[in-house]
Design a protein around this ligand. Structure first.
Ligand code: ZN
Length: 171
């Protein structure tokens, strides 16, 4: 399972609602965790591995040996938000790019687990930030879309570098 890198158009497709809760879905989530840990990430959304599914995995601890932080969210929907704060983010689809993004501080959401069971979750701070970042991927939204104008200018050369790399790889 390979992580798709910007500006691959796959990242803009987002994900479709998951309707089948079977072994294949569980296997996909397990493979996504493996890819996430291998790349040193704390979250990974299905569109980042070229799957058009509303599915994401995360572990705020980013540590493969500590699975207590692992969470799989299927078809997540944010139902309430509170507060705003800037915080630094990176993304496995944007190697070597970090920037501040404004996110809600506290969120409530509904989602389904791998068995299809409806669940609710309250999250704040770092966890809430990861969930919002990964949920954006399910809508084809990338964290660079949300940068301040100053940061957009600052990361422009790095984005151009990724765009050139992609053009070379696909030509
Ligand atoms: Zn990302």
């Amino acid at each position: 399972m390979r992580v798709v890198v910007y500006p691959d158009p796959i990242l803009r497709r987002g994900g479709k609602r998951v309707t089948r809760f079977d072994q294949e879905l569980a296997d996909t989530a397990a493979q996504m965790f493996a890819a996430m840990y291998e790349e040193g990430g704390v979250g990974l959304a299905a569109p980042q591995v070229a799957l058009e599914l509303k599915l994401l995995v995360l572990n705020p601890k980013g540590d493969a040996s500590d699975k207590t932080g692992e969470l799989v969210l299927v078809n997540p929907v944010i139902t309430s938000r509170k507060g705003w704060a800037f915080g630094e983010e990176g993304c496995l689809s944007f190697p070597d790019i970090h920037a501040e993004v404004e996110r809600s501080v506290k969120i409530s959401l509904t989602y389904q687990d791998l068995a299809g069971q409806e669940r609710t979750l309250q999250a704040e701070d770092w966890l809430a930030r990861i969930i919002q970042h990964e949920m954006d991927h399910l809508d084809g939204v990338l964290f660079t879309d949300r940068l301040t104008p100053a940061d957009k200018l600052r990361v422009r050369p790095k984005l151009a570098e990724l765009e050139q790399r992609f053009a070379r790889a696909t030509s």
